[in-house]
Design a binder for this molecule. Structure first.
Ligand SMILES: Nc1nc2c(ncn2[C@@H]2O[C@H](COP(=O)(O)OP(=O)(O)OP(=O)(O)O)[C@@H](O)[C@H]2O)c(=O)[nH]1
Ligand SMILES: [Mg+2]
Length: 698
């Protein structure tokens, strides 16, 4: 592959809902351009950008992957992204690394949840976009309906540049509104070849209508052009394309294309328009960054003359290779074998075997220019979202705002003794994938993993087994229950032991009283007259603090109560700290069961965003989870529902919200308070806890 200069590069993210045909499209584009020698398919497991074992087995994309299509002396870096929301972190990363996007919308399904999601990412990054209506050859394909759904749900600024000839099984050509020609695909077309003919007479009316709409939309974005158009002047093709490109850069126009990638229909026109309408890195606004240490804001121009700065937007570990790092250069150029610097990690990295990736194949290249995307293997200390620069000019880019995890499960090793391997594996997987998090919760005695969905976490567990040889089992996270004392009580704790020689003696009297929720624990020393010597009083407190970690109801920590130490006695010889600590423990154990102990559970404050047609179902579901609805309010196009829900009833809530709202609902939760568990629920918790203790003993 030859070396491309900044102006000859287009970085294009291919985004859309799951199964809209992105991977098939990327494969077809690279094949039709001639850069890839084989036309692969998702069904056969040979698609260029679905090459990992997981993807081949499941037949959908999990990781973003790169392909290249060399077309019209331009290098199109195609970034294929996964459509499933569980892997949406990679869709975001793909958009971040790109300068333009092709939003793929299925001709049968129209705009879906995943389309809206990636549209938001493109809005955040302000990348120019074009639409591709895919699967035009599928039964029930409906171009008009899809066009209307884009208009209604995404943007009124969408404008067709092509219209299909036939739909579904009849689909066999495309009329191009710019060239005013019709491309008819021949039977057995392999690489997008077509016959160019005049617009068929039965399509003349539609052609006239859409052509007029197209030229009016373009003219409307440019005053001078509009004036000439209204004056009856003809606007030439090149001029119209220039104006359209400028309009797209300002977010005023979104052209729409169509085709059937599996049959390579519509691929040539799309390739040409990606080159002509999407910006090169040099045409994008400069990005801001900070110098390392001095924290001074700087602006990076996509120019070889600038300092080398690149962002790692993906790391993937491959069998027999190790970590492979994908990076996008924002400024400067880089040579094969060059030393670069990862400033926040203070690590020098050598870019040995600098490569360009086409699917799983990597081709070594001697240099890459500003704006290009490169791949390198075996960096030692560089992870997703890191910035690479040079020691002389250490610079850090703003991080890619990866989404926060929404689902938590516990993991446990199948085989004892593999705990260390588990924690190393989880740590490595987090460095690769910032939407995956893990922690060890000492109170629960569980390792918790968090991600964007159940499918995401299943994939993580699969990787643990394959890459790190750790077999882990997914389970339900435990709930951090508490206990409290609702009544007052009083009593003694006496520890006395006489075992020949020096004995042990500690004796104390305490009063327990409840405190308001959230107060924790208070210790009140009311000893007078030295009935317990000063030096032993902290020992009594220590004993109570230790004992309250296992409450009388089910052995959970006891909170929100006060202990008054008001009496006791001691022995001149046998009393010591240890004995008074024991006395404290015994006093708490004696008195607490009579203080109306109850179980408390964590209550979460939950905010759910849903389209209003699902509001009733969402609220009904929250109520059935013992939730208390606090209120609803409109928030943009959605309704926000606020509720207090016990954490115990929120297990896998993300999954049910997804199904209730057909994937359109999102939610956020945070800890609110502890509240008493209703008696029927409490008895179940107590029984389960007892069983757990018995199992532990076995
Ligand atoms: N009829 C028809 N089917 C297609 C076409 N393109 C893709 N498909 C099929 O549609 C399904 C989804 O295609 P993919 O290319 O995997 O879709 P994707 O958007 O990459 O899916 P995710 O990776 O899950 O987001 C596969 O079964 C393809 O064989 C097409 O042009 N025509
Ligand atoms: Mg795919």
């Amino acid at each position: 592959m030859r070396i491309y200069k900044t102006g000859e590069i287009r970085n294009v993210a291919v985004v859309g809902h799951g199964a809209s045909g992105k991977t098939s499209l990327v494969d077809a584009l690279a094949f039709v351009a001639g850069t890839s020698k084989r036309h692969g398919s998702v069904k056969d497991g040979t698609a260029l950008t679905d090459y990992t074992a997981d993807e081949i087995e499941r037949k959908y994309s999990i990781n973003l992957a790169l392909a290249v299509a060399e077309w019209m002396d331009t290098k199109l870096n195609l970034i294929d992204t996964p459509g499933y929301l569980d892997f949406t972190g990679d869709a975001l990363a793909g958009v971040w690394a790109a300068d333009g996007a092709v939003v793929v919308v299925s001709a049968t399904a129209g705009v879906e949840v995943g389309t809206e999601k990636v549209w938001d990412y493109c809005e955040q990054r302000r990348v120019p976009r074009m639409f591709f209506v895919s699967l035009m050859d599928k039964e029930h394909a409906d171009f008009e309906k899809v066009f209307a759904s884009i208009k209604n749900r995404l943007t009124p600024k969408v404008i067709p540049v092509e219209i299909p000839v036939g739909e579904g099984a009849e689909f066999h050509g495309i009329i191009n509104l710019f060239s005013k020609k019709c491309h008819l695909y021949k039977k057995g077309t392999k690489s997008g070849e077509y016959e160019e003919v005049d617009v068929p007479s039965e399509y003349q009316d539609r052609f006239t209508k859409y052509s007029q709409e197209l030229i009016e939309s373009i003219a409307a974005t440019d005053d001078a052009l509009l004036e000439r158009y209204l004056g009856g002047e003809e606007i030439g093709r090149d001029e119209a394309i220039r104006a359209m490109k400028a309009g797209m850069a300002r977010g005023e126009l979104y052209p729409l294309f169509c085709g059937a990638a599996e049959q390579t229909f519509g691929t040539r026109a799309l390739l040409s328009k990606m080159v002509e309408l999407l910006p090169s890195p040099a045409e994008r606004p400069p990005v801001t960054a900070e110098t390392w240490g001095k924290v001074e804001q700087i602006t990076l121009q996509p120019d070889d003359a600038g300092p080398f700065v690149a962002q790692v937007f993906k790391t993937i570990s491959e069998p027999h290779v190790g970590d492979v790092t994908f990076f996008r250069i924002y400024s400067g150029s880089v040579k094969n074998g060059q030393d670069v610097f990862n400033a926040p990690r203070q690590a020098t990295e050598k870019l040995n075997h600098l490569c360009v990736a086409v699917g799983k194949e990597r081709t070594e290249i001697s240099e890459l220019h500003a704006g290009d995307i490169g791949v390198v293997a075996k960096l030692r200390d560089t992870h997703t979202n890191d910035t690479l620069s040079t020691q002389a000019r250490s610079i850090v880019l703003a991080k890619i705002p990866f989404p926060e995890p929404v689902i938590t499960v516990s993991v446990e090793v199948k085989q004892r003794g593999e705990e260390d391997k588990l924690s190393t594996g989880l740590h490595k997987l987090h460095e690769e994938d910032p939407t995956f998090h893990h922690e060890y919760n000492a109170e629960l005695g569980q390792t918790l993993i968090r991600g964007l969905g159940e499918r995401h976490l299943e994939i993580v567990v699969g990787r643990l087994a394959r890459k790190f040889g750790v077999h882990a089992i997914i389970g339900k996270p435990k709930i951090a229950y508490r206990e409290t004392l609702r009544g007052k009580g009083e009593g003694q704790g006496k520890h006395k032991k006489q075992t020949g020689g020096r004995g042990q003696y500690g004796d104390c009297w305490i009063r327990i009283a409840p405190l308001p929720r959230g107060s924790g624990f208070e210790f009140d020393d009311q000893i007078v007259g030295g009935v317990i010597p000063r030096q032993y009083i902290p020992a009594v407190e220590k004993g109570i603090v230790e004992a309250k970690e296992r409450g009388p109801v089910a052995g959970y920590p006891v909170v929100d109560f006060k202990v008054e130490l008001f009496d006791g006695s001691y022995h001149d010889v046998d009393s010591n700290e240890m004995s008074f600590k024991m006395a404290g423990i015994l006093a708490f154990r004696n008195v607490s069961p009579s203080c109306k102990p109850v179980l408390l559970e964590p209550i979460m404050e939950v905010e759910v965003w849903t389209p209003d047609e699902y509001q009733g179902a969402v609220m009904g579901d929250l109520s059935s989870r013992r939730g208390q609805i606090l209120g609803t309010e409109p928030d943009g196009k959605l309704v926000k529902v606020k509720a207090h829900v016990p954490e115990a009833d929120l297990d896998r809530y993300a999954t049910s919200l997804h199904s209730i709202t057909h994937g359109r609902g999102t939610y956020r939760q945070k800890f609110h308070t502890y509240e008493q568990v209703p008696p029927d629920v409490a008895s179940r918790v107590v029984d389960a806890r007892k069983k757990e203790h018995e199992e532990e003993k076995e």
